[in-house]
Design a protein around this ligand. Structure first.
Ligand code: RP5
Length: 172
């Protein structure tokens, strides 16, 4: 029998409509073999449930919370208010203000209640940051992150070589 590992990361979002953005965090965690749980917890529609989750997250075994929300994006900050776990906020872009509202709602936290906020829509970076925090106590994960960084560097160098070759002057 395979026992699934306890998720280290909670990926919370204010609405199912945030999933297309937050899925990018899940993809990175999958690639790095980090177990996670996906949750919809609304600061406005299910506030009591959201607070209960934040209060219990550490006892449930989570070590980091990634929280994404759009518009009046109170989810990351409210979770940070009720847990001492690191919270990483993802400003989800909505149509009207293109995510600037979400960014400002998430990033402008008061002293002592931090939310590490990534760029608008960049849920992938929330997962990369979560992975680097977890890797402080996990040498295998640190190696997997190193592999990812080397693959990224190699891909960039390959692009450079290809572009140099494509733009080389033709001898006549
Ligand atoms: C926020 O309201 C959610 O995080 C979402 O980004 C936004 C819109 O939610 P829906 O009306 O699409 O459910 O709380």
């Amino acid at each position: 029998m395979t026992i699934s590992p306890t998720p280290s990361v909670a990926i919370a979002m204010g609405s199912r409509s945030d999933l297309s953005i937050m899925q990018e965090a899940a993809q990175v965690l999958d690639d790095l073999e980090i177990p996670y749980a996906l949750r919809v917890l609304s600061a406005h529609r299910t506030p009591t449930k959201m607070i209960e989750f934040g209060q219990q997250a550490q006892a449930l075994g989570f070590r980091i919370i990634i929280a994404g929300a759009g518009g009046a994006a109170h989810l990351p900050g409210m979770l940070a208010a009720v847990t001492t776990l690191p919270v990483i906020g993802v400003p989800v872009p909505l149509t009207n203000l293109q995510g600037l509202d979400s960014l400002l709602s998430i990033v402008q936290m008061p002293r002592g209640v931090p939310v590490a906020t990534v760029a608008i829509g960049n849920a992938a970076n929330a997962a990369h940051l979560a992975a680097r925090i977890l890797a402080l106590g996990d040498d295998d994960l640190d190696r997997r992150i190193g592999d990812y960084v080397r693959a990224m560097r190699d891909a960039s160098e390959k692009s450079d070589r290809e572009l140099i070759a494509e733009s080389a002057p033709i001898d006549r």
